[in-house]
Design a protein around this ligand. Structure first.
Ligand SMILES: Cc1cc2nc3c(=O)[nH]c(=O)nc-3n(C[C@H](O)[C@H](O)[C@H](O)COP(=O)(O)O)c2cc1C
Length: 307
C-alpha cells in the first residue's frame, strides 16, 4: 500500500500515453501568437523533425512566434512553445514555415511536482541514452511532450512499389490546413523512405484504438520491409485510386500524392496532397498524448480512455 503512495514521488510519469479518442478531438486548442496577433492552428501545425525539434505551420507569421495549448473544457493554459522560423517551403501557391523549438513549458502539474517529474524523466532519459535511437536531448524531449498536448492520431502507412511493399505506424503526421497540404516526418533511416521519395504515393489507415498491440508490433517495419501482404494479422483491401493495400478495419483511409520531400535533421519531411478520403466507420482512434497531460485530465475527472 505504502508503495502506491510513494511511487509518484520516485518514478517519472510515462512520457507518452496511448489513448482512445473519437476524431476529431476537441480537447485542446493550439493558438499561434505573434506581434500582438493570434491565430488558431489546431489543425495547422505538425512536427517536421525530432532532432532538431522543428514544427511546421502553413502560415508565415513572424520570425519569433509562440504556440500555446489551451484545454477547451477549463480554458487552462496547458503549455507553450517558443519558436523561431528557420525556413520557408514554397509549393505551388502555398507556403509552409518551419520553426525551431527554442523553449517550452507545461502547466499540467503543479510545482514542485512539475520540476521533480522533469528531473526524474531527464535522469531516466540520460540513463537510457544508449538505447534511445533518436538521441534526443532531454530538453528537446520535454519540448516534444508539450507538442503532444494536442493528442496526435496514429496511422498505419502503406507503401507499395515494384520490389518493395511495407506498412508501419506513424504519428508525426497531420494536416497543414491553410495550405491544403498534409505532412509527415519519417526517420531518414526508415527502409521505405527512398521508395516513398521515388513512387511519391502512400496510403494512411486511421487505426481503431483496439488495434494498439498490432500497430506497435508493426514498428519493426520501420527497419525491414514487409515480405507478404497476406502475412498481416488483419484483413486488407486495395485503396480507392492507387490500389495500395489498406486496413479493412480502418476508421478512415486517405491516399496521398507526395509533392515535396526534404531532409531536416534525422528526418525526411514529406508534404502531400490528399487524393481520396474515405470515412469507413465512427469510433475511437489510437492517439498519443503527453503523460503529464493525461494526469492533468485525470485530476479534472475527464481523462482520455487509456488503451
Ligand atoms: C505508434 C508508433 C508511431 C511511430 N511514428 C513514427 C513517425 O511518425 N515517424 C518515424 O520516423 N518513426 C515513427 N515510429 C517509429 C519509431 O519511432 C522507431 O523509429 C522505430 O520503432 C524503430 O525503432 P528503433 O530504431 O529504436 O528500433 C513510430 C513507432 C510507433 C510504434
Amino acid at each position: 500500500m505504502w508503495k502506491d503512495w510513494i511511487r509518484p514521488f520516485v518514478r517519472p510519469l510515462p512520457q507518452w500515453s496511448p489513448v482512445a479518442i473519437v476524431p476529431p478531438s476537441h480537447a485542446v486548442t493550439a493558438t499561434l501568437h505573434w506581434d500582438g496577433q493570434s491565430m488558431d492552428v489546431t489543425t495547422d501545425h505538425t512536427v517536421a523533425s525530432l532532432n532538431p525539434l522543428m514544427i511546421a505551420i502553413s502560415f508565415d507569421a513572424s520570425e519569433q512566434v509562440m504556440l500555446e495549448y489551451n484545454d477547451n473544457a477549463t480554458g487552462k493554459l496547458l503549455g507553450l512553445l517558443r519558436l523561431s522560423r528557420t525556413a520557408l517551403i514554397a509549393i505551388q501557391d502555398a507556403s509552409v514555415a518551419i520553426y525551431h523549438v527554442e523553449a517550452g513549458e507545461h502547466h499540467c502539474l503543479a510545482w514542485p511536482r512539475r520540476s521533480w517529474n522533469t528531473w526524474l524523466q531527464n535522469r531516466s532519459m540520460l540513463k537510457n541514452r544508449a538505447s534511445n535511437h533518436l538521441n534526443m536531448a532531454p530538453l528537446a524531449a520535454q519540448q516534444l511532450m508539450v507538442a503532444y498536448l494536442c493528442p496526435r492520431p496514429v496511422v498505419l502507412v502503406s507503401v507499395d512499389a515494384p520490389g518493395q511493399q511495407n506498412i508501419f505506424p506513424m504519428d508525426l503526421i497531420g494536416p497543414l490546413k491553410r495550405s491544403g497540404l498534409f505532412s509527415f516526418a519519417l526517420r531518414s533511416t526508415n527502409v521505405s523512405e527512398p521508395v516513398m521519395r521515388e513512387v511519391r504515393r502512400v496510403v494512411l489507415s486511421n487505426v481503431p484504438a483496439a488495434m494498439k498491440g498490432i500497430v506497435y508490433k508493426l514498428s519493426v517495419h520501420h527497419k525491414e520491409p514487409l515480405q507478404d501482404w497476406n502475412a498481416l494479422p488483419f484483413p486488407i483491401r486495395p485503396s480507392k485510386e492507387f490500389g495500395i493495400p489498406a486496413v479493412v478495419e480502418a476508421l478512415r483511409i486517405q491516399e496521398l500524392n507526395i509533392v515535396h520531400s526534404q531532409v531536416i535533421g534525422l528526418h525526411t519531411f514529406f508534404l502531400g496532397h490528399v487524393v481520396s478520403d474515405e470515412h469507413w466507420a465512427e469510433g475511437a482512434q489510437l492517439h498519443h498524448t503527453a503523460g503529464f497531460h493525461q494526469i492533468y485530465r485525470q485530476r479534472q475527472d475527464m481523462a482520455f480512455a487509456e488503451v
